[in-house]
Write a protein that binds this ligand. Sequence first.
Ligand code: ADP
Length: 252
Amino acid sequence: MQVELSAVTYRYRDGTADEAEAIKDLDLIIESRSVHAIVGPTGCGKSTLLRVLAGIVEPQAGSVRFRGPQLRPNRTAMVFQDPTLIPWWSVGRNIGIGVEFSAKRRQLYRKIRTFSADRVGLKGMLDRMPSTLSAGQQTRAGMSRAFAHDADVLLLDEPFVHLDAITRRKLWSEFETAWQFDPRTYVFVTHDVEEAVLLSDRVTVLAGPPAWALETVEVPLARPRTRDTPTEPACRAAVASVWDALERASLG
Ligand code: ADP
């Protein structure tokens, strides 16, 4: 499903005369079945953009259009940086939450949650409680829950931020496998330029606040991305372009 934002403006209203303009006149196209990374200086409006895409907040001006057939019960699902698993539910039940609530088809729900867990290396852990998992396993469970979500567009807010470098790399490759198997539209926010380039088809650099799209860098790297991808000249060139745009964004 393609998402097109035209001249989107969003202001936080706190009931006083002060209004914080978080997004202004933002134009952006997120192609169907692509991975699109959003980077930008802290406070520039990245999380607000995800909230607009998720429909959690509604822009005061401009439009957000979803184009293409809706193939799943939900158009969007949001994955937060903290896996926020419900502590008194088993890992399996946590993973299936999106399916359980939206579809209520128990057999399908079981199949999807087992399958999603297998894909991110949680095989055999579905009956455990979240507190018995390591931080990396909890993040995997959060990702697995995202993959199990019945949504066409997945929105991820810094999904790998709390992980050590090695776990991060493993999850990048699991993300790649999951996307290959079930390509849908992914939008994710990150502060890590290498991560943005390695996982994505396009990287948009936001400037702000208020956020606007300073530049979108195309990432012409073949999939699957591998351990050798970072050394490819095209990868290095894309990383350099994103850094260059980020520097301009930080200059305001
Ligand atoms: P980022 O995710 O890029 O760090 P945010 O989207 O969280 O940025 O915030 C964008 C701008 O909106 C910032 O200037 C921030 O101070 C402001 N903002 C965020 N949340 C609120 C809120 N609930 N009320 C008022 N202003 C907010």
